[in-house]
Design a protein around this ligand. Structure first.
Ligand code: CO
Length: 135
């Protein structure tokens, strides 16, 4: 079951600078937010809590990161919407039955949670991510 929007992700060239901007806008202390490296996704990430959900800031780790390619093409901006699921394997199987392709199988993402992305060509060019429980 999909239960809520887990986070909305924004791709940025400079994580420290974006973290300061978004912390100021949201009225929280930038020092209270931790930055995490996610080598499997070749990104550095920071999650800023906003009520029940979060804003994720994503900076590429290296030129071969998918986020690098996104930034070259689009510049900074909205990257994906993540939906929290109670069972990521069940949700992945459910959408496969609807002929919606995922970008690979669920794998470990930020915060040790299992994640999977859906192919944006089948979801109105919006990149969606399912998040599950910790691996
Ligand atoms: Co995400």
């Amino acid at each position: 079951m999909i239960t809520k929007i887990d986070h909305i992700a924004i791709a940025v060239q400079n994580l420290e600078s974006a973290l300061e901007t978004f912390s100021n806008v949201l009225g929280c202390a930038p020092g209270s937010i931790t930055i995490e490296n996610v080598p499997s996704e070749k990104v550095r990430v920071a999650f800023i809590p906003v009520g029940e959900t979060k804003i994720e800031l994503l900076q590429p780790l290296g030129d071969d990161s998918p986020i690098s390619k996104f930034l070259v093409k689009n510049g900074d901006g909205m990257h994906h919407i993540a939906l929290q699921s109670t069972d990521i394997d069940e949700e992945t199987a459910r959408i496969a039955a609807l002929n919606i392709t995922t970008l690979g199988a669920p794998k470990q993402g930020a915060g040790g949670k299992r994640i999977v992305f859906l192919h944006p060509k089948e979801t109105n060019r919006v990149l969606l991510e399912f998040t599950g429980k910790h691996a």
